[in-house]
Design a protein around this ligand. Structure first.
Ligand code: BDR
Ligand code: CA
Length: 308
């Protein structure tokens, strides 16, 4: 089986952590590096969290490199207490011995793009990718595909109009959607279909492994946040959808779209205008529509159970 060469660009983040673990447990993917960006929490924390997750997975072969510490144009925003003050639910962790790569994430991305076919899984604000395009506009033509968790067709989560990853750096998102690379976007209206419930958390604990226990512990405060905000404890697996799409592309229905990101707007900054009025089959941008959650959860359980 040909494995897809992947870099995960991320701001861990509890759901980022699950997405990273899913990717690291999936033989379809060859995860070369994890590049971090400011997002749910500041860059120092997202980078530490990425090293914690790589350590948890016992995958020191995966490079961790730090990228941009703030948005390319507007103010830098974090996601408040959604993921806890440290970004991973405020558990206690030993200092990871996974090293931090000496080079900046944007330079590393360029090298990996030039070294062979590369898919970039972008599950945080799009600042690193916009910076890559700004420094090296030609790379867009070399990238196999960019799979993004971001945007919303119908309703945002940070504001009524905007989803967090786009709202945190709308100018970057606009630049990324306008570039020449093929994009698959996983918006909120898709990701809200992908949830884990208390039985799934119990299943993770019953594995009796460090990965199972820690993942359930990270998800617990996230479940409390969902309970307060949405009225039930089911946790939404936004970022794992971008990884799932790579593992099993047929599991998520999609349509071709044209996209614009609102960078002005008194009430709508960061909104994504996906034109879904018809299937833009000619477009290089596709948007995820629907997923079968029971199939996704079965795969996630199976893959997370492979960690020893
Ligand atoms: C996105 O925002 C972050 O809080 C999550 O990690 C996810 O990437 C969902 O809007
Ligand atoms: Ca994220």
């Amino acid at each position: 089986m040909a494995r897809t060469r992947v870099v995960i660009d991320t701001d861990p983040g509890v759901d980022d952590a699950v997405a990273i673990l899913l990717a690291l447990a999936s033989p379809e993917l060859d995860v070369l590096a994890i590049t971090t960006v400011s997002g749910n929490v500041g860059l120092e924390k997202t980078t530490l969290n990425a090293r914690r997750i790589v350590q948890l997975a016992q995958r020191r072969d995966v490079i961790v490199a730090a990228g941009c510490a703030g948005a390319i144009a507007g103010p830098t925003h974090y996601s408040g207490d959604v993921h806890g003050a440290d970004g991973l639910g405020d558990l206690s962790w030993d200092e990871p011995d996974v090293p931090l790569h000496g080079e900046d994430a944007v330079e590393l991305l360029r090298e990996l793009v030039e070294a062979g076919p590369l898919t970039i899984v972008a599950i945080g604000p799009l600042t690193n990718l916009a910076t890559l395009l700004g420094r090296y506009p030609d790379v867009a033509r070399l990238v196999e595909r960019v799979v993004i968790m971001g945007g919303a067709s119908f309703e945002g989560n940070v504001t009524p109009a905007a989803e967090f990853n786009i709202w945190a750096d709308p100018e970057a998102a606009q630049r990324v959607f306008a570039a020449e690379w093929p994009i698959t976007a996983m918006p909120l209206d898709l990701t809200h279909q992908a949830t884990l419930n208390d039985d799934d958390l119990q299943f993770l604990r019953s594995l009796g492994t460090e990965v199972g226990r820690r993942t359930a512990d990270m998800l617990e405060p996230y479940a409390r946040f969902h309970d307060e905000w949405y009225g039930n404890r089911d946790v939404i697996m936004h970022d794992a959808m971008a990884v799932y799409e790579l593992i099993d592309p047929s599991a998520i229905s999609k349509q071709g779209v044209q996209v614009n990101v609102e960078t002005g707007g008194e009430y709508s900054r960061g909104a994504t205008w996906f034109d879904r009025r018809r299937d833009h089959a000619e477009s290089r941008i596709r948007v995820g529509l629907d997923v079968d959650n029971s199939k996704f959860v079965a795969l996630l359980r199976e893959r997370l159970a492979t960690f020893r």
